[in-house]
Design a protein around this ligand. Sequence first.
Ligand code: ADP
Ligand code: MG
Length: 469
Amino acid sequence: MNPDLTAQWTRIRDRMKLEVGEVEYRTWLRQMSLGGLDGDEITIHMPTRFLRDWVRSHYGDKLTALWRAENPAVHRVDLRVGAGSVSAPAIAETLPTEPAPAPAPVPASVARSDDRTDPRAEPRQADLASALDPRFSFDAFVVGKPNEFAYACARRVAEQPASQGFNPLFLYGGVGLGKTHLMHAVGLELSRRDNGRPTSVTYMSAEKFMYRFIAAIRSHSTMDFKDSMRSVDVLMVDDVQFLIGKDSTQEEFFHTFNALVDAGKQIVISSDKSPSDLDVEQRLRTRLGCGMVADLHATTFELRVSILEAKATRAGVDVSRRVLEFLAHKITSNVRELEGALNRLLAHASLFGRPVTLESTQEVLRDVLKAQDRRVTIEEIQKRVAEHYHLRLSEMSSARRARNVARPRQVAMYLAKQLTSRSLPEIGRKFGNRDHTTVMHACSRVAEIMGVDAGFAEDVELLRRMLES
Ligand code: ADP
Ligand code: MG
């Protein structure tokens, strides 16, 4: 990749981040990756069709304008679904390193939408589903003690969908442990089957389900929405913890769910918590847990080594056992971070044509390793922030809403989102059982104020550095 392009791309991303704010950027734009320049057209890749469409309709013009300003040779921006052939720093940045994107503030986004996002204007079934990622196959999934049960259940569902006791299949486990991967694997396997007619598989995030449903309400097309949801053979909804608190969407989800199960269709659900811990209505909780519940446990050292071995082999790069063990020893949080580290290493090796050694590993991954060595907890963040603003620790979870208490609390939430891998609902819970939307609001508010108030921004940065050191 042309280094100039990469530098321009970095600047454009930074500009976008500034303009749209940290939260919006992370939700919609973080996963963009640069393809290349062909004539006067620059290609940018997005991981899913949903994200691609969203970015095209909401940020397409902005992206084009920024590119034109950066590089006069560029006249058009082509947004595509897929992975870009990105260079090392871009790879490291675009690999998801944290929980699934937070749900966007749905009603606001819908209110802003125009003709291009009107659900009636789009092809129905095709658009409902996000594309399945062919990389997430069963073959590419490395099985070990912590995930063998979930794997076996997923296999079983792929072979005999909607069989007794396995419907719904509810996969749960921490971030980056392979839930989405297994769901895609089931979907890929099933959509390959063809018993007289192809099996129709719909995979979507809970976030998208909500977005779709609310858009349908606004455009008075809920019947179409329901029909299209109920005409599938297999429905997979990822990250249902994000359905919490939205009564009407929960209600619709519940009915869709029942209709599909009654019609003998398979449902696969994923979540970061077990059904009984989900923050949803009791009847939905019961329904979700009534099939097979399989959890993915935290990885073991052995599994991490096997995963690294498999990925290095797939990439066709020979990495010594010592390096793999070093990584598996150092990076223990989840597979996504492990994979990110390995990819960065491989990209570095191929860019500079040097073999991967223990020394180069330590060098290339210095920042990652440092962050892993020191994991900040939400409690530490609360304590530091409270001290800094001369508040009692209990104010972090109190109900008081006076500005001098509420603002530091928001700062602590913001830092918790930035410095830990906790999900929004988890963070909310630690702050006096607040809703995840409150945390989301806190994050965007703090980012916004940091943009206009230099003193405040300095404070937050100082806190961050203290917590990170
Ligand atoms: P989750 O949905 O649980 O947050 P993902 O399914 O997105 O996690 O997994 C994160 C990354 O780690 C993906 O790139 C996935 O392919 C990879 N991964 C997770 N578990 C495994 C595994 N057992 N074998 C191979 N790759 C894995
Ligand atoms: Mg996932």
